[in-house]
Design a protein around this ligand. Sequence first.
Ligand SMILES: NC(=O)C1=CN([C@@H]2O[C@H](COP(=O)(O)OP(=O)(O)OC[C@H]3O[C@@H](n4cnc5c(N)ncnc54)[C@H](OP(=O)(O)O)[C@@H]3O)[C@@H](O)[C@H]2O)C=CC1
Ligand SMILES: O=C(O)[C@@H]1CCC=N1
Length: 271
Amino acid sequence: MLREKTLAVIGSGMMGGALACGLTQAGAMLPENITLFDTDQEKASQLAAKVGAGARVSDSVTNAVAGVDLILLAVKPAVVSQVLNSLTQTIQPNQLVLSIAAGIRLDTMEMHVAAGVPIVRAMPNTPCLVGEGATAVCLGTNATQDHLKIALSLFSAVGLTVEVTERLMDAVTGVSGSGPAYVYLMIEALTDGGVKAGLTRATARALAAQTVMGSAKMVLETGEHPMQLKDNVTTPGGTTIAGVAALERGGFRIAVIDAVEAAAKRAGELS
Ligand SMILES: NC(=O)C1=CN([C@@H]2O[C@H](COP(=O)(O)OP(=O)(O)OC[C@H]3O[C@@H](n4cnc5c(N)ncnc54)[C@H](OP(=O)(O)O)[C@@H]3O)[C@@H](O)[C@H]2O)C=CC1
Ligand SMILES: O=C(O)[C@@H]1CCC=N1
């Protein structure tokens, strides 16, 4: 179903790039069905080369979206309304707008499109690039179950996808939209710890990243509570409990909770 669709990606930055490349790498979309637009045309051309042979670059946002099935808004939140305003006459109700902008609500976007245009709001994350994204979607007033199916098939091609009510989108942004950054800090810190303990940086980084990936897979695949999985690692009187105690002394858990809360609050401010 998705492979026959045409897609315009507006904004060739980190997330537009992660989705466009992730979708073609997964074989979910054909490069020749993807048109890229960015105010910096060179950036769009560089992305097109990564998306694959046949990916198009448009010289204007109007030309990019005219007649395509799907329009992915991957610009910064502050310019979403401006981009939609410039396209009010162009976007038709038989097209589907997908916005990934943090904080920008459906009702705000609906004010800038013609009557009947369906919009799906989504919050993906950068691991979509490697098919391991986590995305939440919610439907605008004119979006039907068919539009939901299309959105789910698009984001599910590059990872896990859930549907939430819109009031939870800022929370999603705090957990999984921004979450990869917290995990990278953890990987970097684990790596530094390994280097401090005598490992080469390359070895420490590989071990740290694989440990994060393996631990995440254990949570997803065993269905066990993370606390149980943690207990399974902590041999009585052993090494792990010494490390866990050090993390608790450093306020690790509350620091992560505060990070999610701060990011969610910031998403709310962007609206
Ligand atoms: N990065 C992430 O992990 C995630 C980001 N998002 C959302 O995705 C969106 C994009 O974020 P991100 O990719 O990080 O940002 P980037 O700045 O990397 O990408 C946005 C791109 O859009 C370009 N741009 C600016 N104005 C226009 C315009 N009018 N028309 C077309 N292109 C334009 C920007 O150019 P210039 O740099 O010159 O402004 C830039 O190249 C944001 O709304 C963000 O909230 C959602 C989930 C995760
Ligand atoms: O930092 C940001 O605002 C975007 C939204 C979620 C991840 N990156």
